[in-house]
Design a protein around this ligand. Sequence first.
Ligand code: ADP
Length: 593
Amino acid sequence: MNTFLLIRKLWPFVRNYRGSLILALLLTTIGALLAQVTPLVMEYSVNTVQGLLKRPIDNTEVIRVVGSLVAILLTKELLALLVQLGQKFLSDRIRFRMAADLYDFTISRIASYHLSFFAQDQNQIGKLEKRIDKGIDSLTKTVKNLFVDIAPMVANAAFALVLIYNKNIGVGIVATLVLPVYAYISREQTNRQKQIRRNIQEVRENKANALYGLLESIFVVKSFVRESYEQRRQQVLNLSLCEKEIRHHRTNYWFDGLKSIAEQVGIVLVFVVTIYFVLNRQMTVGAILLHIMLFNNVSAPVRHLHRIYDEYTEALTYAEGFFDMIENNSYLHQRGSLKPTSWTGHFSLQNVDFVYPNGKQALHNVTLDLKPGKVTALVGLSGAGKSSALNLLAGFYNPTRGSVLLDGQPLADYDSELVRENVGLVLQKNHIFAGTIEENIRYGRLEATTEEVIEAARQASLHHQVQQLPKGYQTEARALSGGQQQRIAIARLFLKNPPVLLLDEPTASLDAITAEQIKDSLDAIKQNRTVLIISHNISQIMDADQIYVLQEGEVVGQGTHESLYQSGGLYRDIIDSNARTLNISRLAATVLG
Ligand code: ADP
């Protein structure tokens, strides 16, 4: 990342505030001109006072001269204050509005990324959060630095230099000499700090992520009494950050010292050269004050430059990660152009291999068919690849080899929003958002009425329990039990009422009675829909029109319950083991007998 690139990337966001920027620059110029008034007035004062001393004191003249000088200085200060206020108001406006714009843009980009983006190690939630926060903060700070800090300083220094040159070229050259020395030291400083800063950013992201993980798993941490273990893990990251920060600051102190020496040498040189000209009677005594003050106008900005430069180089580092994140077109969902008005809902996987971004191959040459209007079940042990197959059918990931088809066309050719609108998902982890039960159910169809939300809850066997809660549907959904949260997800599905249902363990965390109620409700809406169900509940499997048995990512059997059971193998083992777990013979004796 370099300055030119940064400005080019920032420009689309800055462009909206062109008017404010031009005004800010105008104020900058006025402010810089005003800053030269004091040295000039001071020179004039010294020379005038010297002139007055040569004659007998005339009180009226003294009052007139001093009065007008005070009036000029006060007016200048007042004007400078107004200009500064204007600049600050404008800069805040640009800065905070731009931060909001950048944030909006980042959210819209990231939300549209393919799931594989979030599966990357460097994009874990905590790390992303830090990158967004730090990125936006340092970028907007840069814009502020550029228009509120650097621009006035540079303008101020430039006007002061012009005045010095105007007075005397020799003094001008001496005053200018210090600038390249200063710039050289600053550049060296930045180059040395670049790598340290990158490391700091990485450790900061890891720290944020580790903290996020710790807080998220606090129950597990406590139940296994792993507080001190976690504390040590945090300590290691903290210590590493600490050392890097100290090294970073220490390097800065050395370089700041060097820059301070360069500045002092500059002042001394200007002082000596001016005194030389004064003693040669080529300048008035007032020139000493004028030159020292003007040189101060040159060196003060330069002195502040390192802070701005520091923040700026920091911004460059963060900008790199930030723009990489928001400009990553390879993760953008390519929305296909196919928008059929009707389809049969015939989903299939054809010879699909699928490897997760971390290299784990979850599916090997899998071919399966979801017949329209029929229920298909996936059976297999944990880790067999059932959820992965479902993720591919839902379009969350793309297959590594082979194809995912809908009505014979690649799924990727369809408009993904249209497909998602028509597919209802209940996943193993049914995420419940921070918000009320009503809001969470309504997520299924945002325009649904309250009555429709209640009806969906009723179908998901949730309504009765919600009624018992003091705040009813306004209860915070995250305060509910796992099973209740799962029913919210199912209610969401009922509300959406899509023609295709992909269900991953829909009744996994429910008690037997609720599971049966949900099964009945699902059975009711399954009619004439394309359904894929993954379940360990054999009653839901047995009823399926077609069953696929998966083992270690491969399809090892396919057929109906009866045919698969007859042919033995894994399916038979699973059913038998289920029967034994249920203690069928005893159950039959008590229930039927
Ligand atoms: P099932 O649903 O049958 O229990 P999955 O489809 O969840 O199995 O997992 C199949 C294999 O893929 C497992 O070995 C699992 O560890 C791996 N896997 C699942 N999700 C991911 C992921 N996000 N990243 C990497 N590997 C994964």
